[in-house]
Design a protein around this ligand. Structure first.
Ligand SMILES: [Zn+2]
Ligand SMILES: [Zn+2]
Length: 453
């Protein structure tokens, strides 16, 4: 009477949608969007018509599973799936990366969503700063912390924090009538808070789980990802910045990786510079600073940080206007002219979508550009090519310093052996077969095929 059906995240890194059923109780673990999920049928200006026809185009190409009693009325109006009152009890989100949460917007708002307190802060900041295209729906968002126990029908869900490249990341122990089902979410063991991941492993092992749904991002015959720790990224960046004394230092990384922000704030401090972040990042950091359990630098008060505002915005978002209005009265707010004038005193954060700011700043030739990734979803050949052209056009000195948000294959297998589940169900991986090497019984999920426990 306990079943797992995986609707997303099979043979792919991300897009997790895992249905767990225990008798009449039905919950989803994560409800994300698969990386590149539309790209087989849509490109450039050819886009799904979701604003007009809801899920019709997605259903036509079978991009989103047709599940009765799950989606909101307005998304189904133009489809052949009839609206029904929700027959799902809750969705639990492991962390606020788009490959785990982005499809929440399609789910009926009457389905409550549980997520970590910090994850919910990130959700709200993301909706405020992301423009009209970013929405996670109007659900009843209920927050938990490590130590919480959430009862949903016949199941009890125990979230336990894990270390990942975004704050508010959790694994789950779900107590069902058949036994404990553990789910890793995304996690790493080489990060600054590996103690949290170890705590998850310890608790999971103590429950003798009947199944472990386990991420395997880096379970792969060859791991192209450079395996630096956050400390090693810091050391390398420090050396690089110190070696470019009279030049601007530019760094590009995923704008929700708070650990990396702390790292580059520290690099700025050690090299006598200031770390400049966008208004969007400032909004996220200022939102998270109220959470006493996370240490985040505050760009408006930290002596080694500044906030960058874009110029010539016709109608800036209110959050950005808030910072624009402070330029002049606060010496923590700068624009492109300020950055251009003080190149050798700054480390400038610039993610891919904001490269155009470099046209205003005009970094002097030979300026440093460090790319510092943490998530696999930033890998994109077209973007790589475009970035290369920008680097050569501005004559920048390009370097990389990556630290992954995910445990490597050996660490994952080690973790599985420690937890000793009856069966491992690999997810969030392109190589679920390789899990057979971990020495436990493995059930490779087939998308939409129910596994009975
Ligand atoms: Zn993920
Ligand atoms: Zn993630």
């Amino acid at each position: 009477m306990t079943h797992i059906t995986v609707y997303g995240g099979v043979d792919h890194i991300g897009g997790n949608k895992i249905l767990l059923e225990d008798g009449d109780t039905r919950i989803f673990l994560d409800f994300g969007e698969q990386f590149n999920f539309k790209d087989d049928f849509f490109a450039d200006w050819l886009k799904p018509r979701d604003a007009r026809t809801g899920l019709k185009d997605y259903f036509h190409f079978d991009l989103i599973p047709k599940i009765p009693g799950l989606y909101g009325k307005r998304w189904l109006a133009h489809t052949d799936l009839k609206y029904e009152k929700p027959s799902f009890d809750a969705i639990f989100i492991s962390h606020m990366h788009f490959d785990h949460a982005m499809h929440l917007k399609f789910v009926d708002d009457d389905v409550p969503v549980y997520l970590g307190a910090a994850a919910d802060t990130i959700r709200r900041s993301w909706e405020t700063t992301g423009g009209t295209s970013v929405s996670f729906g109007e659900h009843d968002f209920r927050t938990f912390r490590t130590g919480s126990k959430v009862n949903v029908g016949s199941m009890e869900v125990e979230p336990i924090h894990v270390d990942h490249s975004v704050p508010g990341a959790y694994g789950f122990l779900v107590h069902t009538s058949a036994g404990c089902v553990a789910y890793t979410g995304d996690l790493r063991l080489h990060g600054p808070r590996s103690d949290m991941t170890k705590e998850f492993v310890r608790h999971a092992a103590a429950e003798n789980p009947i199944a472990l749904i386990c991420e395997g991002t880096r379970v792969s015959p060859s791991d192209p990802r450079e395996d630096l720790s956050e400390m090693e990224v810091r050391a390398r960046a420090m050396e690089l910045v110190a070696g470019h004394k009279n030049k601007l230092a530019i760094v590009s990384f995923y704008p929700k990786d708070v650990d990396r922000m702390r790292t580059f704030r520290d690099v700025a401090k050690a090299t006598g510079r200031k770390f400049v972040v966008s208004a969007k990042i400032a909004h996220l950091l200022e939102s998270l600073k109220g959470d006493s359990r996370i240490s985040v630098p505050d760009p408006m008060t930290d002596p080694n940080m500044l906030v960058y505002v874009r110029q010539g915005m016709q109608r800036p978002f209110p959050y950005e206007k808030h910072y624009i209005d402070m330029r002049g009265s606060s010496d923590h707010v700068v624009n492109s002219e300020d950055v251009a004038k003080r190149q050798n005193q700054l480390i400038f954060h610039n993610d891919f979508t904001q490269l155009t700011e470099l046209i205003d700043i005009l970094p002097s030739p030979g300026s440093l550009f460090i790319r510092s990734k943490s998530e696999p979803f930033e890998e994109d050949d077209v973007q790589d090519e475009v970035l290369k052209n920008w680097i050569s056009s501005f004559k920048l000195d390009f370097h990389q310093a990556h630290a992954s948000g995910h445990a490597n294959m050996e660490e994952i297998f080690h973790m599985v052996r420690d937890i000793k589940p009856k069966v491992v169900i690999p997810i969030h991986t392109e190589h679920s077969d390789l899990f057979r090497r971990c020495g436990r019984s493995v059930e490779c999920p087939v998308v939409r095929k129910t596994i009975s426990l």
